[in-house]
Design a protein around this ligand. Structure first.
Ligand code: HEC
Length: 149
């Protein structure tokens, strides 16, 4: 490998590593209480949107679907290790079984993509039926990774 290629490679690796480190820094720099508040807001949005879905039509169906697509896309970021202090109901099992936790989030990503596809087709019955796929994902995660209510 020429010196130039090595320099380029090092530069490319360097940027990649930096971007990851920066993202992690931004999260760890955030106060755990802020993270927990952001998580609570996201979860409340998930719950509240479920109720509005029943009567949604047309563009409103797409908006609702995107709440889940966007929410599940970034859900793991709202769970930095150890942010289950104070009144948090999150179990430490989340970080002991991080891969299992991510697998449930992935199910949510799949289910919300199906909701979006149905919403975009404009078919309300298909949308409502796809919405039914979300509930079991919420429940699986809560049953496994959240303190019983
Ligand atoms: C991958 C795991 C996971 C998934 C999926 C998930 N949740 Fe949660 N949810 C949690 C955890 C953990 C908590 C407790 C967070 C805390 O107290 O720090 C929680 C809390 C909540 C709360 C209580 C928020 C509060 O503090 O007032 C609601 C409401 C909620 N979730 C709704 C939903 C809905 C609706 C869905 C599905 C669309 C969903 N969740 C999907 C893990 C998940």
């Amino acid at each position: 490998m020429s010196l130039n290629k090595i320099t380029l490679l090092a530069a490319a690796l360097g940027t990649g590593l930096c971007a990851t480190a920066l993202a992690q820094d931004a999260m760890t720099a955030m106060d755990p209480n802020e993270i927990m508040a952001a998580r609570e807001n996201q979860m409340k949005l998930f719950g509240g949107t479920m109720r509005t879905a029943r009567n949604a039509e047309g563009a409103a169906m797409v908006e609702i679907a995107n709440v889940y697509v966007d929410g599940f896309e970034n859900l793991a970021d709202l769970f930095p290790e150890g942010t289950n202090t104070g009144s948090s109901k999150a179990l430490s099992l989340i970080w002991e079984d991080w891969d299992g936790f991510l697998a449930v989030i992935e199910k949510g990503q799949t289910a919300s993509a199906e909701v979006l596809a149905a919403a975009e087709s404009g078919d309300q019955a298909a949308f409502l039926s796809a919405m039914q796929g979300l509930g079991p994902v919420c429940q699986e995660c809560h049953d496994t990774y959240r303190e019983p209510m």
